[in-house]
Write a protein that binds this ligand. Sequence first.
Ligand SMILES: [Zn+2]
Length: 222
Amino acid sequence: MVQYVLRRCVSMYEDAKKEVLDICLQMVKENLVIGSSGNVSIRLGNHVVITASSIHYTEMNSDDMVVLDMNGNVIEGTKNPSTETKMHLELYNTRKDAKAVVHTHSLYATAMAVLNEPLPPIIDEVVPKLGSEIRVSKYAVPGTKELAKNVAAAMEDRSAAFIGNHGAVCIGKTLKEALHLALVLERTSEIYLIAKQSGTPHLLPEDAVQDEQDVWEMMRGF
Ligand SMILES: [Zn+2]
């Protein structure tokens, strides 16, 4: 009887919660976030496993993750879900290809968000991963439905967006992919900003960008 009760208490999302925590710790290691900034989630069917709000990642346990339905109702968890829950749900609800969301406050990507300047297509290998020009979402107060809507609009036909005066967000088919894209975005933003300081960046030819955007669409299953 005791064993039966114990088994019932184990969440079916245990592995997903651990994977979310692992990605959070990698974000810290890669210098994409500090403290409890940014947030991570994964979609499993009609539920989302998301990081809790305001807990430093290095002090976070997998039990701190919160399971939500697609309307934001808490299914499992005792902590408050991420303050950017509305943004995560908006991305899942508007993008069928989104299975994981990684939101960072990384240095160079956030510098782009502060400049309020899109990242043009400058490197061949990047466009098939992120899509063409990466937009900056119109400013809105963090945690609001307005921010969620603005970010989803900036994300159209892309795997990444800058969040105006705030940070960056990437969507992927897996958590690992979303984290990788966050690193690609950060590195490309750094390259662009270095190039701008050194001269005038030369953009990719338009026909190459179109071909690479077609590859992006194919890879996303559109
Ligand atoms: Zn944030």
